[in-house]
Ligand binder design. Structure first.
Ligand code: ZN
Ligand code: ZN
Length: 384
């Protein structure tokens, strides 16, 4: 229900923005009212073309030619994992394929002993009768799109992706294909991001504004925290203190050579240490928790794409909100679909009906929404 509420607010944010995107969006606005229902049970669409290279089964996206799944929700024999966020990487699969850059984080989250093959970006390998390769998605470290080729036909499943620059991961690679499965977490015309560097400058100014208090910044432990640390390294050389969940993942990034500000876990500091003037990064689950009592008179902020939605910050009680998303904004989604040259597009995550309607009615593509269990950037899913 929170999601539904937020999208109502999103329209209120600037309704005139919607008008320039033509009749399709206006009709979609009236018809769908931007309501998203989060699936409560295994929930898949009637998308079941027998000839399609990738279909949806109750377990997840399935490729019959290669007998594998992409980011499946239920235990399967062979799972290709686009990245280690909770709505894409589940435990219980017999064999995993993922990028080598994802391996450390996947093992941390799913267990050190999972049977996992780490592959490089662009490396082609054969599963059954299909050729498969992973390509950078620009979402978080190691995140990938999956390219599948069979009998001259090419499909790409995007996983989560963004187009803006991010010093903590490889940039998105455009992969041309016949059919493209895209996410649409922020698939409304109102979503347009500033660059990460601009937002990092705002975070830095906020941190420096009052050096008598600790500055507590809440954001997802995996991906967002390290992106902030990498962006801030352009502006400062001060040590940043981390919640335990953020610390563990940040060490994996550092081991893989990502340049970030120096960090220390909060737990290593003396009881008497005040953190006045320090920046502390924690996952959303740390907000108003007993962990937070450690800090006297902190100023608080939350960094997320959802901070673009009017009222979202206030509802959560943060003093400041910084708009920083690891998902493509509306222009990024349209640009990407165009660049792939795909004639057929399936849309997952969030606002999939609005984007698919726009692609069909305004761009003449064969586009349709695909119901999956992917959640995108939710408030809690990626918190730990
Ligand atoms: Zn993700
Ligand atoms: Zn996702």
């Amino acid at each position: 229900m929170i999601i539904q509420e937020e999208f109502s607010s999103a329209i209120a944010l600037n309704p005139t923005n919607l008008l320039q995107f033509g009749s399709a969006i206006r009709r979609a606005t009236q018809r769908h009212q931007f309501v998203t229902e989060r699936p409560t049970a295994i929930y898949y669409s009637d998308f079941s073309m027998t000839a399609a290279l990738i279909t949806v089964r109750p377990e997840g996206l399935y490729c019959a030619a290669g007998n594998f799944y992409i980011d499946p929700w239920k235990p399967v024999e062979t799972a290709l994992i686009t990245h280690a966020h909770a709505d894409h990487a589940y435990s219980g699969h017999q064999h995993y394929y993922a990028t080598a850059l994802s391996e450390g984080i996947l093992r941390k989250r799913l267990g050190q002993d999972i049977d996992l093959s780490g592959v490089s970006y662009g490396e082609k390998f054969k599963l059954g009768d299909a050729w498969v390769s992973f390509h950078a998605a620009g979402h978080v470290l190691g995140s990938a799109q999956v390219r599948v080729e069979h009998k001259g036909e090419v499909w790409v499943a995007s996983g989560d992706y963004k187009r803006g620059s991010d010093p903590s991961c490889d940039p998105f690679e455009v992969v041309e294909c016949d059919s493209f499965i895209t996410e649409a977490t922020f698939g409304l015309p109102i979503y347009r991001w500033d660059s990460g560097a601009v937002t990092a400058e705002q975070i830095y100014q906020w941190w420096q504004r009052d050096l008598t208090r600790p500055s507590l910044l809440f954001c997802y432990a995996f991906g967002k925290s390290q992106r902030v640390l990498a962006e801030l390294a352009q502006l400062s050389d001060r040590t940043v203190y981390l919640h335990g969940a953020v610390h563990t993942l940040t060490e994996i990034y550092r081991d893989l050579g990502i340049h970030m500000l120096p960090t220390l876990p909060v737990s290593q500091m003396e009881k008497s240490y005040s953190f006045a003037g320090d920046l502390i990064i924690a996952p959303p689950s740390g907000y108003r928790s007993s962990w937070m009592k450690r800090f006297k008179r902190p100023q608080t902020a939350f960094a997320s794409g959802w901070m673009a939605v009017r009222g979202a910050r206030r509802r959560r009680g943060y003093e400041r909100g910084f708009v920083l998303s690891d998902h493509a904004d509306w222009p990024g989604l349209i640009q990407t679909v165009t660049q792939t040259k795909a004639k057929t597009v399936y849309v997952t995550h969030g606002q999939n009906d609005v984007l698919s309607r726009y692609l069909s009615e305004e761009m003449g593509l064969d586009a349709s929404p695909l119901k999956t269990l992917f959640e995108g950037e939710t408030e809690d899913a990626a918190a730990v």
